[in-house]
Each structure stands twice: as C-alpha cells, then as structure tokens.
Design a protein around this ligand. Structure first.
Ligand code: GLC
Length: 826
C-alpha cells in the first residue's frame, strides 16, 4: 500500500493519502531557526536550542498525535463551515475534502480543495533570517463569490521545554502577549531579552494572543471557539498560555486568488517589524524561497549520480544527502522522538555524521570535528554527551534566565566524566572523520591547529593546547592502553551499542574499529612523512622539516606496529569458526559464539572485522556468508540473533530490551551500511546491493502497511522477526544510518572517494550493471564520470581515461575546471 510518491524534479515527496499510519516529518530551516513538522502541519519550532529556546509548543507522544502545529483555518462566512489547509487539526472527511502534503528541501506545503476553494500553505525559513514564512494562497474555483474568514494559529512556548511541562506555579506567570501594530509579541518576562512574535504583511481584522480565548474551554484545535464564532476576541494578557492568531476577511470572486504572508519569528516586536518590512513584497518572499532552493542545489551539485537503480539515484541525489546534512546541522535532539529533553552533541554520533558529508558541508563538518576535539579528554576519550559552548573561549555569559525556584546546577568540573562513563568507541570515530575531511578539502593546515582538551580548557584561552594531529594520537593510544585480559579493547560504559555494557569485559567491535582508525592514521602519517618538506613554508628551515619528518616516521612505525598487533590479537582470540565473537563479559564468557542460544551472532563485530581489513580473505568471505545466512531479512540485517530473553547484566542492558526491538534483535539501520562497505572491500557487489536493497526505504514506498514510516528517510530501527510488529520502521531522520548509507554507497559501492591529492574511483557493483554516470565536484573542479562495465565484473578497474588520456590515477584538477573521466572495469 502506498501513500505517496517521489517527485524527483522538484525534489519533493508528495503525500496524496494524508491519513498515514504515523507521522511523516520534515525539517525546515538550515541554521538557527528550525521547525520540525509533520504531514498535517503538526510540530514545533525552536531557535538554536530545542531544549532551552522553543518558539512554539508541542505535546509529544500525545493524543491526538502531533498537536499543536502551525495551522491555517478557513471559514465560509455564508454558512459557518470551516476547515484547515492541512488535514489536521479540523480533519474534514477525506471523501469530502482532498488533501495533499508535500515535503521538500527545508519546506513543506499543505494543500486542500474543499467547497470550491483551492488552498495552499507553504512553510519555509529563509537561509539567513530567524523567521518562518507562511506563504498562503486561496483560490476560488467555484462560480460563485466566496466570503471567507482566514485564521492563523500557533501556540507559543515558554522557551524551556521544562517550563512548558512542569512547575506551573511558576510557568503560568512567566510570559505574556501584547498586540500592537499588527504584531503579537510574546514576552518571556522571566528571561532577559526573551521574545517571539507572530505577524503578517497585511493588516489583520482581529487577533487573539491568549490560547484559551482562541480554543475555548472544552474545545481543542479541531474546533476552536474563535473559528466557530467567526471572529477573534482581541485577547492579550500578562501570564497564562499564549498563541498567535490573526484573522483576515477575504472575499473572492469566481477564479480570483489571494496570497497572504505570515511571519513567525524569534525576537521582539521590532524584530517582527524589520522582518515584515523585509518580506512585505511577494518578490522578497519568492527570492528567499529561491535562495533556499539554491542553498540546497549547491550541495546536491557536489555529487549527482545516474545508475541503473532508480531508488539509489533518488535517495543519493536528494534524500539521503538531505538526511545526512540535517544530522550534521541539528544533531539528534530535535524530532518527534527526541523532543528536546536532551541537548548538545553525542560524541560518537556526531563524529560519524561529520565523516560522511565533507564534500557538501565542509565548514559544518570542520566545525563539528573541532567541537569534538575540544570535548576530548587528554586521556584520549570523548565526553559522551556535551555542549560545545562549555568549551568555547570567551566572556563568561551572564545567564539569560535565572529561575526563581532553585534548580541545582553544576560547574564545568562536574561535566567532565571519568573513565567509568567513557564509551569505548566514542573518540575512535573521530580519527577517520578528520582524515576524511582533510582528504576532501586538502586543508592539511587543520592538522596543525592547536586546540585545548576538555580538561585543559580555560574560558580565557589560557588552557593547554595540542595540535589536532596530537589529539588523534591520544585517541589511538587510549584504545591501545584500555585492553582487557585477552588483549581486546575493554567495552567500558558501552561501545557503539549503547546497551552492551561490558565494563572491564572486552568488545571485539572496538578492537576492529581501532584497526580501522589505525589504518587511516598510518595512511596519513605515510603521506605526511613523504611530504614533510612541502608543508614547511620557505621561511622555515630545512632542519625543522627534517625534524617533522622524523616525528612522522616515528609515528608511522609505532602505529603500524600497533595495527599489526591488534589485528593479530583479534584473529587469535575472536575467530569463532564461522564468524567473529562480539566480545567477552568481565567474567571471561564469550559473547556471540556458535553455542550460544541467544545473541549467537552479532552484526557489529562481524561488519568491522571485514571493513577494517583485519579479517583475511577466507575469514572475510566466511563472515559475510554467515551474515547473509543468519542476519539477513527482507527489511535489512538484524543486529543480532536470536534475541535475548534472559537478563544478564554482564552483557548489558541489551538483555532487558524486548526481543526484536532496538538493540535486541531488531534491524538496527545504522550498522547495515557498514556491511555494504565490508562486502565491497572484498569485491562482493552482489551482496552489497542485496543488503542495500533490503534496507532501502525507497523500495518500501508501496509497502507502507508494513513499514509505516516515511519512505524518504532511513529510520533508526525496524522491528525484527522476534517481534509482533516485524517490519515496522521507527524513528526517522535523526539517525546515523543516513550518513552511513550515503558514505557506503558513494565511497564503496560507487567507489568515488577523495584521496590526499587525487579523486579515487574504485566501484564495487552488481555484475549486471553495465555502466553508471556521476558528476562530482572535488576541490572546486567538476569531474564528469562515466564508469563502464563491459565484462560484467563486480570490482576492478582496467583503465582510466582523464580527458581522453590514459592515466593510472585521477589527479586533482585546478578549481573551476571540467574533467572528463572514463573508467573501464574489468
Ligand atoms: C542510538 C544512539 C547511538 C548508538 C545506537 C545504538 O542510535 O544515538 O549513539 O550507537 O543507538 O545503541
């Protein structure tokens, strides 16, 4: 069963059956002002922080679902009948009114046809302004004149998610609304400078600033008294709950159309006035929308593909990049699942996100990487969850909000956790991310940048610093030191799997990840050593360059040796005959061995054994076969199987998660692309594609009765076969599976990836692909790539032509150049 389709030309997903089985969301805004919105205009906005600076309120996990939202109501003045332009909140029967919702690149459009009125409400946030624009059009398609009352509605938030939900003896008196000059301003009175507004570019006929005056007692957003009555009451008040509602009376002759522009923004009435002036003309609104489109097109232009796989083209060219970008922009804590109750950056999630898209978002990735380097303890582990502002130099900021009731707080010392709360994998991800960033951009100087550690940081900038390169070594050394009795990395608080809590027990996955990070670092050190002379400016002496080269040489030796030792040890103690173990408990019991009746085989360690290159050819092939045999399902690869049913806290919380859900036997999306990449490493393009196809949300567009969730984004997990909801996808958008899918497809399956000073093309595809095309911008030059596969192989490059000339590699071209690349596989 399908509910909509992809419109590739417009880069939109069109939902033409709006009675979806669950919320299908979109993200508006690309900087500080953000709205998370569903297919019926339910959702919320925030400015910078979804925890501390909400603009509009949301009642998460509520009934009815996803209320309130950013709504337009239309009322027929002749008979009092009313509806909303989005299907909810009024919810007109779908056999009487026709509704469509379109999610595009940072905009959403809700359209409705009812009673001879064609209405549409587009929401978007201009690239550089903290304001949500509502571009509303109404057209009379009937042959009689229509008199309409049009009402807007948002419910304002008290800024802090806690204030919205708790301690109402305080919250109910912390904000007030006032109306003046066509602008409803909400003043967060307890908070210095805290304001938000709602206005329009037309002069309203009436307004309401008090929520309950608009909605009415014993009414809901579905049937507000003000809309039923046909006019607003002019309410404004200090204290209480607030809304932004403006009424406009509109008379439309047959065929006539009207356009109404509304603005929901951050700041006070003056800020509202300034935005209203700026967007008063329709041209200015159109231009802001065009600029937003251009913002995204510039990103998409960095890589576009044309392969025989329509779904892959649609996702890679638009949706998976979009999802990856959104994760880098907003991290994880703004969705309908994480509703802002946590804030800041998760170390491992952010480190992985930043690795996946430096080609389309180099500055954002670098910013994230820098923030993570500052969140690293000198001992080499990352702070699992932290706020970048904690480690940013500058004046101590005066608190905007001082609660009249005591809220216990902590100082910086308390946020730097010890080893007990360190996750074994967190910082390891950062090493390849840094190297990937440098490869993409050629920004080698970044490696020399001096940065403090979380525990040496001082607000005034006087804290001890070391180079980015030194930070990387500390990360690698940490994993080198933190090993258990069999020489495998300790599992600590958790590894990538939050619910595998091994403490002093050992994690195979982390040791394999260590190998991967070491491999990337050794490649870097090799390159740096060879080019140590080039990187010294002419004014610096030759001796300095030689000294530097000697350091690289030393590092090269040390970390090559480390990589060999770890690889050897992994193969000695972790091989189980058909696959690799997941680790050992602190009592030395094997996890994920063939005699286990629960959790017999796990995906993470096996994916990384192959992807890291630690497994030799024979073991890698066997491992992959075991994954295919035991973990494959038509909806993707299971994280582990059979699910745990008996609690064993020496393995971890995973044994207390319901079988088939989350980390216990579900199809956890994020590790799936690790396996696609692993399959490519050993030339199995067929398996990579089989596994890709299983998880691919596009392929499930017509199976929504099974998937339920949106087909345009990867979800965190899909219920596994041990659960009654087998096949349901949960938690869209905010998951590392977006970034990793993008990374594995582009860099491993299509094989287009940056080197230190070249573009590498080394595809691994199904044998029946005869060719594919790609356009890739690399360091400013555009590469027009044609890959041909006349012999029907899965991997292997026989010939490369650069601008028609045979070449052994693809050198970096001058910025602005077009380069024609023909690659023949064989
Ligand atoms: C969630 C967390 C992520 C973790 C994963 C598996 O997605 O955000 O950090 O790796 O669960 O436990």
């Amino acid at each position: 069963m399908r509910y909509g389709h992809f419109d590739n030309e417009k880069r939109e997903y069109v939902i033409d059956r709006v009675d979806l089985p669950t919320s299908w969301t979109n993200y508006l805004g690309v900087k500080d002002f953000v709205t998370v919105i569903n297919h019926t205009a339910g959702g919320y906005s925030f400015y910078k922080s979804p925890e501390y600076h909400r603009i509009t309120r949301f009642r998460p996990n509520g009934v009815p679902m996803d209320r309130p939202g950013h709504y337009i109501y239309v009322r027929d003045a002749s008979d009092g009948d009313y509806w909303s332009l989005s299907w909810q909140p009024v919810g007109k029967p779908l056999d009487q009114a026709s509704y469509t919702a379109r999610h595009g690149m940072s905009y959403s459009v809700f359209s409705c046809e009812y009673k001879g009125i064609k209405g549409s409400q587009m929401l978007f946030i201009p690239v550089d302004d903290p304001v949500e624009i509502w571009d509303v059009t109404l057209e009379n398609t009937s042959d009689e004149e229509k008199s309409l009352d049009v009402f807007s509605y948002v419910e304002f938030s008290y800024h802090m998610i806690q204030s919205d939900n708790q301690n109402f003896q305080m919250s109910l008196y912390c904000a007030g609304t006032s109306y003046e000059d066509g602008i409803i301003e909400e003043d967060l009175f307890y908070e210095k400078g805290g304001y938000q507004y709602f206005t329009a570019t037309f002069t309203p006929d009436s307004f309401d600033g008090v929520r309950d005056a608009f909605i009415g007692l014993y009414h809901t957003e579905s049937n507000p008294v003000a809309v039923e009555r046909g006019c607003l009451s002019g309410s404004q008040e200090k204290g209480n709950n607030h809304c932004g509602s403006l009424q406009k009376k509109v008379t439309l002759k047959p065929g006539e159309k009207v356009r109404l522009i509304y603005l929901l923004g951050e700041g006070n009435r003056d800020a509202g006035r300034a935005m209203r002036d700026k967007y008063r003309s329709e041209e200015a609104v159109d231009k802001a929308f065009d600029d937003l489109k251009a913002f995204w097109e510039k990103k998409f232009a960095t890589l576009q593909i044309r392969t025989p796989h329509e779904g892959m083209n649609t996702l890679i060219n638009t949706w998976t990049l979009y999802q990856s970008e959104i994760n880098v922009m907003f991290s994880r804590f703004a969705s309908f699942i994480e509703v802002g109750g946590r804030t800041g950056l998760g170390y491992r999630d952010t480190a992985q996100d930043a690795m996946t898209i430096p080609h389309s978002a180099p500055d954002a990735c670098r910013m994230r990487i820098e923030q993570l380097l500052r969140g690293l303890c000198k001992a080499g582990y990352g702070l699992h969850l932290f706020q970048p502002e904690w480690f940013t130099e500058g004046e101590e900021e005066e608190e905007d909000f001082v609660s009249p009731t005591v809220i216990p707080g902590g100082d910086l010392k308390n946020v730097i956790h010890g080893l007990k709360d360190a996750c074994a994998d967190d910082a390891l991800w950062l090493v390849p991310s840094i190297i990937q960033y440098v490869k993409e951009t050629g920004d080698f100087a970044f490696l020399d940048k001096q940065l403090p550690y979380a525990d040496t940081f001082r607000k005034d900038g006087s804290g001890e610093t070391e180079s980015v390169y030194e930070h990387m070594k500390r990360i690698l050394d940490f994993s080198g030191d933190q090993v258990g009795s069999s020489g495998i990395c300790k599992g600590l608080r958790a590894d990538w799997n939050d619910c595998l809590n091994l403490g002093g027990g050992e994690s195979a996955m982390v040791s394999f990840l260590h190998v991967w990070a070491l491999d990337a670092f050794v490649e870097l050190a090799t390159y740096l050593k060879a080019h140590a002379m080039d990187f010294q400016s002419q004014t610096e002496s030759k001796t300095l360059a030689e000294k530097q080269a000697a350091i690289y040489e030393q590092d090269l030796q040390k970390y090559t040796e480390m990589k060999q030792t770890v690889t050897k040890r992994c193969n000695e103690v972790l091989w189980d005959g058909e696959w690799y173990l997941r680790g050992f408990t602190r009592y030395g019991k094997k996890i994920g061995t063939h005699t286990d009746t629960e959790g017999r085989i796990h995906l993470e360690s096996n994916a990384w054994a192959v992807l890291s290159g630690a497994a030799d050819k024979e073991r890698a092939e066997k491992t992959l076969e075991s994954i295919a045999t035991h973990l494959y399902t038509p909806y993707g690869l299971l994280l582990n199987t059979p699910s745990y049913t008996k609690e064993d806290m020496s393995i971890g919380f995973i044994t207390r998660v319901y079988p088939g859900l989350k980390e216990n036997g579900s199809i956890f999306s994020h590790p799936n692309p690790w396996v696609w990449a692993a399959a490519c490493r050993i030339g199995r393009g067929d398996l990579a594609m089989k596994f890709y196809d299983a998880l691919c949300p596009y392929n499930q567009n017509d199976k929504i009765e099974i998937r339920r969730s949106e087909p345009y984004s990867y979800c965190q997990f899909i219920s596994g076969r041990d659960h009654s909801t087998y096949g349901w996808a949960h938690h869209p958008f905010m998951t590392g599976s977006g970034g990793w899918s993008y990374f594995s497809v582009t860099e491993y399956m299509l094989g287009i990836r940056p080197g230190f000073e070249e573009l590498i093309i080394d595809p691994c595809i199904p044998a029946d692909w005869t060719e594919f095309l790609a356009e890739r911008i690399f360091r400013g030059a555009t590469y027009h790539i044609h890959v041909m596969n006349p012999m029907g192989v899965m991997k292997g490059v026989k010939q490369i032509l650069v601008n028609g000339e045979e070449s052994s590699y693809i050198p970096q071209a001058e910025s602005g150049r077009d380069v024609m690349i023909e690659v023949t596989m064989g």
